[in-house]
Design a binder for this molecule. Sequence first.
Ligand code: HEM
Length: 180
Amino acid sequence: MFDPAPEHPYPDAHRPDEAPEPHPLLAPVLGLLGSWHGRGRGEYPTLEADFAYAQEVTFSHDGRPFLRYEARAWLLGADDAPLRPSARESGWWRLQPDGRVEALITQPTGIAEIAVGRAADGAVDLSTHEVARTPTAKEVEATRRRYELPDADTLTFVHDLAAVGQPLQHHLSARLHRRT
Ligand code: HEM
């Protein structure tokens, strides 16, 4: 009999040694595969104070030459107690020959970013190619992101932002540790 809800036959892999085999174009980003967890700090000149946050980031693939990317953050108060949910985003990082990366990233704040850059030497640099905003979204003009793997179990992240009339400058820095 026809099964109305079959298992998806092509599950995502979260490790390089897990099936399906990674596409060869993923070679420069294999170190990112998996789930990461850690904390960071943020600031912006329009904000009264800087802030502390925690974040989870996951990268996976299905055998094709792109990564699935997902990140969610929450603000931390005194004693690291969770204050409230903060930024979330998800998207696709399309790997091209020579380590070039084209990323599509959307946020529930009404922002859709297309970023381009490259993956090389244990780091990925992405800069805005285009930003699309819903009618009520904040005025985000550009971002610059750097993801770095100082060792196999540590991922650092720096995010610069040009928004609400401010020039491109530091918004976030985080240090994450491998969960899986
Ligand atoms: C870990 C990820 C992030 C965290 C924890 C974070 C946190 C914050 C916080 C706490 C604020 C102050 C307003 C509020 O309390 O909500 C803020 C403002 C803002 N963030 Fe972020 N953010 C993150 C990622 C991003 C990203 C990816 C973008 C854009 C692409 C962005 C753009 C902005 C903008 C435009 C503002 C408003 C500034 C203003 O109106 O003065 N943030 N962020």
